[in-house]
Design a protein around this ligand. Structure first.
Ligand SMILES: *[C@@H]1O[C@H](CO)[C@@H](O)[C@H](O)[C@H]1NC(C)=O
Ligand SMILES: *[C@@H]1O[C@H](CO)[C@@H](O)[C@H](O)[C@H]1NC(C)=O
Ligand SMILES: *[C@@H]1O[C@H](CO)[C@@H](O)[C@H](O)[C@H]1NC(C)=O
Ligand SMILES: *[C@@H]1O[C@H](CO)[C@@H](O)[C@H](O)[C@H]1NC(C)=O
Ligand SMILES: *[C@@H]1O[C@H](CO)[C@@H](O)[C@H](O)[C@H]1NC(C)=O
Ligand SMILES: *[C@@H]1O[C@H](CO)[C@@H](O)[C@H](O)[C@H]1NC(C)=O
Ligand SMILES: *[C@@H]1O[C@H](CO)[C@@H](O)[C@H](O)[C@H]1NC(C)=O
Ligand SMILES: *[C@@H]1O[C@H](CO)[C@@H](O)[C@H](O)[C@H]1NC(C)=O
Ligand SMILES: *[C@@H]1O[C@H](CO)[C@@H](O)[C@H](O)[C@H]1NC(C)=O
Ligand SMILES: *[C@@H]1O[C@H](CO)[C@@H](O)[C@H](O)[C@H]1NC(C)=O
Length: 558
């Protein structure tokens, strides 16, 4: 193009100028900053977006705008319902500004409501051009950006105070071609299993209804009940379409932008741009048995013995590459616990699965203080086994986690039980064990991706959950938010070792050495890729690549 109209030249000059300013600015522009966009500039953006710019409020405030002035308990606790509200997170604590001064909270049925960490505006993107306009506007005006697909986000990375949210919920395209599946970044796992069944295919995906495979899940590595059989989500990713900080739409795969392809598979959710779609390898579907066993334990010592027994039997199901989940949930008034085991056995009938579990179950019931509450085994299409209609959410929850090496399970299973007992005795109410590594996850160690190498030698991802009611005081909440680092991590390190990694999607956002904890030896390479594709740190998330340069809110450089 030879001649640009004057106004375009001027606009271009202004953009270059403001982007230079943005790269040097200490802080992002927030309402009140001299360079924060004017009402007219927001209106112009809205016009570009065909009216898809909306103001955002916390979910509790949104409920007051409904007929009747309230959400029902079913609505409040539904991830599907919450995913339609731009300001809602599944874990409502991520909407709160506990650390703002003064703290800014908006609680259900509360009498006051602060905006907290909830963005100011959201772009309800429907097209790639919408995303590009939002990204370019944010760069030009030095705004804080947040990116959200469903809000199923355990570290609060889809929200940020004073930010512009780019919401990809409407990217619902899904197609199956040969042995591949392409999903828009707003497509839920439940849709993947529904459509997978129709198409005779199975994708490696989350065991939850509203996790978006093409959103944060794959960027964090993406574990699944099928991972021991078929690998991590990141191992199965073939291609991405992503809008990067420049506003360009890139097609990213092994041959095109291989460095970004590496980063998008395990390099951390939300740090690279806004994903439009992701393509995964999929497999012919097969039948499987999903089994659930609920056991009751009388006290913490019994819970520990059962955890040891589980650790001793954990290799019993490797021959069929089963993936499974276990949890211990303690009743705080009695110290009795519920031990839950949920297992997926590919190509096994119900009776074959029960036979494989019998040695563990029999030995469990032989322990004094353990009793069987219920068990259920269902055989059918693996897509049905993994399908969930909705996720039960709407609570205040924080997590902490570590990957536990296979060697611990082989060499010292009783240490696992001891650690469970210490965690329960020191106040843990819920411990989760995700047995989603080993097998194909270990075999895939030679795939070049940003997946933390600790995944390849792990047997389990161990999590502790900290929860509180809205009646908790700020001091109590603060204590719960820091319990993992102060009390639980030193205990867990007895089986994880001092330098164990953690899965960055299910973890403590307050990890002080998140670079090594979440990314291990890959951090240097990820940092370099970040500076190439996002030189001005437009995409910053808590404990994500580059976040060491920013404050807790991603608002000012430190
Ligand atoms: C954007 O435009 C639409 C349609 O005109 C309007 O309904 C909406 O309120 C506008 N958004 C904002 C933030 O002003
Ligand atoms: C809020 O009010 C609803 C009824 O509108 C009630 O069902 C719910 O239990 C209340 N929740 C809290 C946290 O007070
Ligand atoms: C979804 O698919 C339709 C039909 O193929 C296409 O026109 C549209 O651009 C796709 N949307 C996105 C966001 O990729
Ligand atoms: C804890 O145990 C007590 C006594 O058995 C019971 O009343 C209470 O409902 C239990 N709490 C929970 C959360 O299950
Ligand atoms: C539960 O365990 C804690 C920690 O050991 C102990 O202090 C408390 O007394 C126990 N409660 C009951 C009811 O046994
Ligand atoms: C299930 O069995 C089918 C047919 O034998 C086989 O192709 C497939 O790989 C098996 N799936 C798993 C996860 O083992
Ligand atoms: C488990 O116990 C049942 C009945 O108590 C018995 O029939 C079965 O043989 C036992 N299985 C194993 C593997 O010990
Ligand atoms: C825990 O329960 C077991 C089994 O009933 C019992 O033998 C043991 O004494 C109990 N321990 C404590 C500390 O209460
Ligand atoms: C899978 O299970 C269904 C019953 O749920 C059965 O009808 C079908 O034949 C099974 N398929 C295979 C490949 O075994
Ligand atoms: C990784 O190793 C397996 C054998 O374990 C081999 O089949 C595969 O081709 C290797 N992949 C790469 C990317 O080197």
């Amino acid at each position: 193009m030879k001649f640009l109209p004057c106004s375009l030249v001027l606009l271009f000059a202004l953009l270059v100028h403001s982007q230079e300013a943005a790269s040097k600015a200490t802080c992002r522009n927030i309402p009140g900053s001299p360079e924060y966009p004017s009402a007219a500039e927001w209106d112009a953006l809205n016009a570009t977006l065909s009216g898809r710019l909306v103001t955002v409020v916390p979910s509790a405030k949104f409920c007051t705008t409904l007929p009747g002035g309230a959400c029902t308990d079913d609505q409040w606790g539904s991830a599907l319902f919450r995913s339609t509200i731009p300001g809602a997170m599944d874990q409502v604590n991520w909407e709160q500004g506990y650390d703002l001064s003064p703290p800014s909270l908006c609680l259900r049925n509360g009498t006051t409501c602060g905006q907290g960490d909830v963005p100011i505006y959201a772009v309800e993107a429907e097209t790639v051009a919408d995303i590009q306009a939002a990204v370019r506007f944010s760069s030009a005006h030095n705004l804080r950006v947040a990116v959200k697909s469903s809000g199923h986000d355990l570290l609060g990375r889809s929200t940020a105070p004073s930010s512009l949210l780019i919401h990809t919920h409407k990217f619902q395209n899904i197609s199956f071609v040969g042995s591949t599946m392409t999903v828009g970044s707003g497509v839920y796992a439940k849709t993947v299993y529904e459509q997978g069944k129709t198409n005779g295919k199975i994708a490696v995906g989350a065991v939850a209804a509203t996790v978006c495979l093409g959103g944060g899940w794959v960027q964090g590595a993406g574990h699944s009940a099928l991972s021991p059989a078929l690998g991590l989500g990141a191992d199965n990713a073939l291609e991405f379409e992503i809008v990067v900080a420049s506003g360009e739409l890139l097609k990213v795969n092994q041959n095109s932008h291989p460095d970004l392809f590496y980063a998008l598979r395990g390099g951390g959710a939300g740090s690279w741009g806004v994903i439009v779609s992701a393509t995964f390898h999929v497999y012919p579907t097969f039948n499987a048995t999903s089994g659930s066993i609920f056991l009751a334990t009388e006290n913490n010592t019994v819970s520990a013995s059962l955890a040891t027994l589980h650790a001793q039997h954990v290799f019993d199901w490797d021959s069929v590459n089963a993936g499974h989940y276990m949890s211990v949930t303690r009743n705080t008034s009695t110290n009795a616990s519920i031990f839950f085991l949920n297992i997926y056995m590919p190509n096994m009938t119900a009776s074959q699965s029960m036979a494989l579990l019998a040695p563990f179950l029999n030995a469990s019931l032989a322990l004094p203080g353990v009793s069987l509450l219920s068990q259920d085994f269902t055989y059918g299409d693996i897509n049905d086994a993994l399908f969930a209609d909705d996720d039960s959410v709407g609570f205040n929850i924080v997590y902490g986690s570590r990957l536990i090496p296979t060697a611990t399970y082989r060499d010292s299973p009783s240490m696992v039980g001891e650690v469970f007992e210490k965690l329960l005795e020191s106040g843990a109410t819920e411990i989760l064990g995700l047995m989603v590594a080993g097998g194909k996850v270990a075999e895939n160690a030679n795939i070049s991706s940003a997946v933390h190498p600790a995944w390849r030698t792990a047997k389990m991802h161990l999590l502790t959950a900290g929860t509180w009611d809205d009646s908790a005081s700020l001091a109590e909440i603060d204590q719960i938010r820091h319990l993992f680092q102060k009390v639980q991590l030193p205990i867990i390190e007895e089986i994880a070792g001092p330098n164990a990694g953690a899965y960055s999607n299910e973890a403590d956002v307050l990890e002080p050495n998140f670079q090594t904890t979440f990314f291990g030896p890959n951090y240097g390479k990820l940092s370099a890729i970040k500076s190439k594709y996002d030189p001005n740190d437009l995409f910053i998330v808590g404990a994500g690549v580059g976040s060491e340069r920013w404050d807790e809110w991603g608002l000012c450089r430190v």
